[in-house]
Design a protein around this ligand. Structure first.
Ligand code: CTP
Ligand code: MG
Length: 229
């Protein structure tokens, strides 16, 4: 049996403008710790993850070491300064992965409620040979595409549409190549899978988790806090 090496990247370098707290979003208090600590704890505990790189706002490297100490985390190898966009933060973290890593999961610190079983599903997708794996949810609302004037141009077939979450899993070399090929698209990308898709990679979906919400606003933070741990 081949033992694959799998690392995780947690992107925590955003400012959290829409949350409007007195500190970057990832460092906002959550369940006795911080938002970023919640996902780090789950990833650090998972047997399928061998090491972790965190992208933090410039100047927050020490704060991250303290969080890692507090969690008694054993797998956090590096805290690297992120970039001006999510894509650039991912790129900085990918550059810190050691040689010989096969797979990487990229996760947003803004999603503190990821679960071991969601990680299992993403790892399962990678083991079955995809270049990229995204946790996806079906859409229950009707979805409209708008014309330039804001009127409805068409109603899309929602059965073929999904919303996607993190963690997203990738063959490391596929993600590296996609980042290298992205050019200006890196800064505009809202997820990593879009870069891998654009460079010709095969991305598959696994079942997401309704509870794995993204904290963007104050209301989201309150909702995430209210989910039973
Ligand atoms: N992120 C990052 N580096 C950036 C921008 C975002 O690492 N330059 C991370 C955030 O920390 C977050 C994830 O990417 O975990 C998703 O981004 P988002 O939810 O938009 O967070 P923020 O950019 O911090 O929030 P806002 O857009 O409201 O400022
Ligand atoms: Mg943002």
């Amino acid at each position: 049996m081949t033992a694959f090496s799998t690392w995780a990247i947690v992107v925590a370098a955003g400012s959290g403008e829409r949350l409007g707290a007195d500190r970057p979003k990832a460092f906002v208090a959550f369940r006795g710790g911080s938002l970023v600590a919640a996902s780090l704890a789950v990833l650090d505990d998972h047997d399928g993850i061998d090491g972790i790189v965190v992208a933090v706002p410039e100047g927050y490297e020490t704060a991250m070491s303290l969080i890692a100490d507090d969690l008694a985390a054993t797998k956090i190898a590096t805290a690297v300064a992120g970039g001006p966009s999510r894509g650039e933060s991912v790129a900085n973290a990918v550059a810190c992965l050691p040689a010989g890593v096969d797979f990487v999961l990229v996760h947003d610190a803004a999603r503190p409620l990821l679960t071991p079983s969601l990680i299992d599903r993403v790892l399962g997708g990678l083991a079955s040979g995809a270049d990229g794996v995204v946790p996806a949810l079906a859409i229950t609302d009707s979805v409209k595409r708008l014309a330039a004037d804001g009127s409805v141009a068409e109603t899309l077939d929602r059965s073929t549409l999904r919303t996607v979450q993190t963690p997203q899993g990738f063959v490391v070399e596929r993600l590296r190549a996609a980042i290298a090929a992205a050019g200006d698209a890196l800064g505009a990308a809202t997820d990593c899978a879009s870069l891998v898709e654009a460079s010709g990679g095969r991305v598959v979906c696994v079942e997401g988790d309704e509870a794995n919400i993204k904290v963007t606003t104050r209301a989201d933070l309150a909702r995430a806090e209210s989910v039973a741990p």
